[in-house]
Design a protein around this ligand. Structure first.
Ligand SMILES: C[S@@+](CC[C@H](N)C(=O)[O-])C[C@H]1O[C@@H](n2cnc3c(N)ncnc32)[C@H](O)[C@@H]1O
Length: 228
């Protein structure tokens, strides 16, 4: 039986060094594009949550951009590892806590920005993705910005997967070898992502990554929107 906490603990325990920030997070936070040019001045002192922040690789970037950085990961072990990783690069003021997409350990209307980078579609024991949408909305201020990356159905993650209940798939052939048995939310297209978030969010901006990365189908929806 797949146990997300055990598997991710193991994955992060085996990883010695913190990864670099995601190229596309750098682009979003620092770049200027025809459909996206976030107000960098508004970043200063704003509460930023990296939800499912992994080894903490994007937290240093958030801090450098002027945000007050916060992170959530699914076990206390991973939280300790993130704090250690950040201390190693001189960051001691990030607020990192243990929680899940359906149980975010922060007060209502606390965040100005919430980013879930390659992390919002992991279902674990939760069966309704809508509960994640509600929980993200709960901790965000009205007008706050949500930043998401979500695999397209053609992404390598879904190679060899099995359909689970409608809109969900079970990983069966994990390229990295530790997620077989995990259930993921699988969206048909960007329109379906938008419809799913639209009860609580508006002003959707879409981009997509559609790379053949040396044989790996690196295909993602990037979605930016505001809490209603
Ligand atoms: C592919 S990693 C991405 C990590 C990080 N955001 C990054 O970009 O490096 C997916 C992350 O989602 C976390 N995760 C798994 N299930 C979760 C859940 N139910 N709620 C929140 N995070 C979850 C995992 O612990 C893992 O760190």
């Amino acid at each position: 039986m797949y146990n997300a906490q055990q598997m991710w603990n193991k994955a992060y325990r085996e990883k010695r060094d913190m990864a670099y920030p995601s190229e596309y997070v750098i682009r979003i936070l620092k770049g200027k594009y025809p459909r996206l040019n976030l107000d960098k001045e508004a970043f200063k002192g704003a509460n930023f949550l990296d939800m499912g922040c992994g080894d903490g690789r994007n937290i240093a970037l958030a801090k450098e951009c002027g945000f007050k950085p916060h992170g959530v990961e699914i076990t206390e072990d991973i939280v300790s590892k993130i704090k250690e990783n950040l201390e190693n690069i001189g960051i001691t003021d990030a607020d990192i806590r243990a929680g899940m997409n359906n149980n975010i350990p922060f007060d209502d209307a606390y965040f100005d920005y919430l980013m879930s980078w390659n992390a919002c579609y992991y279902m674990g024991k939760e069966t309704h993705f809508g509960n994640y949408v509600k929980e993200f909305a709960r901790v965000m201020k009205s007008g706050a910005t949500l930043l998401l990356s979500i695999p397209k159905k053609s992404c390598f993650i879904f190679d060899g997967c099995e359909p689970a209940h409608k809109g969900y798939a079970t990983i069966r052939n994990d390229y990295f070898g530790y997620r077989d048995g995990e259930i993921l939310r699988i969206f048909q297209d960007a329109q379906e992502v938008e419809e799913t978030f639209s009860p609580h969010f508006q002003n959707f901006i879409h981009a997509d990554i559609h790379d053949d990365c040396f044989g790996l189908a690196y295909h993602w929806h990037l979605i930016i929107c505001n809490k209603k």
